[in-house]
Design a protein around this ligand. Sequence first.
Ligand code: GDP
Length: 144
Amino acid sequence: MFTLAIIKPDAVGAGKTGQILAHLEQAGFKIRAARLVRLSTVQAEAFYEVHRARPFYRPLVRFMTSGPGLALALERDNAVAHLRVVIGATDPAEAQPGTVRQLYAESKERNAIHAADSPENAAREIAFFFPERELRELAAPGAS
Ligand code: GDP
């Protein structure tokens, strides 16, 4: 099955992209699509729509539009749940040792990587970044 990740602008800007890609590959993920994206404010607002009422929404949109991020469609068995384990907790201070966020995140906001949190959101987010791809091929929830 597939999931969607974004190496966030903090990590891309700090030159950590290669190390994070290696970490993901070593965790068994295959990179099936990749795109360096500089989100517009409207795109970032839409992507994080679910957080619109939260106090960190405006700063989060500003952060996600502050520089390029690397959007990735990743394939592995149990990809969505497994990637959530591999990236670690939202706050790097709470992330398990050896997780991407524990290793590379700066703060709870500038936390290096995004990962879809459900198969449904993975499909929606893959379509958001890779609309040209055959969704049947790349984004069907539960596909293996
Ligand atoms: P995730 O699924 O682990 O990325 O966490 P959420 O979906 O809850 O939040 C989305 C993103 O908003 C996080 O990855 C952080 O970049 C940011 N964020 C979440 N909670 C906070 C917070 O309490 N403060 C700040 N400044 N940013 C936050």
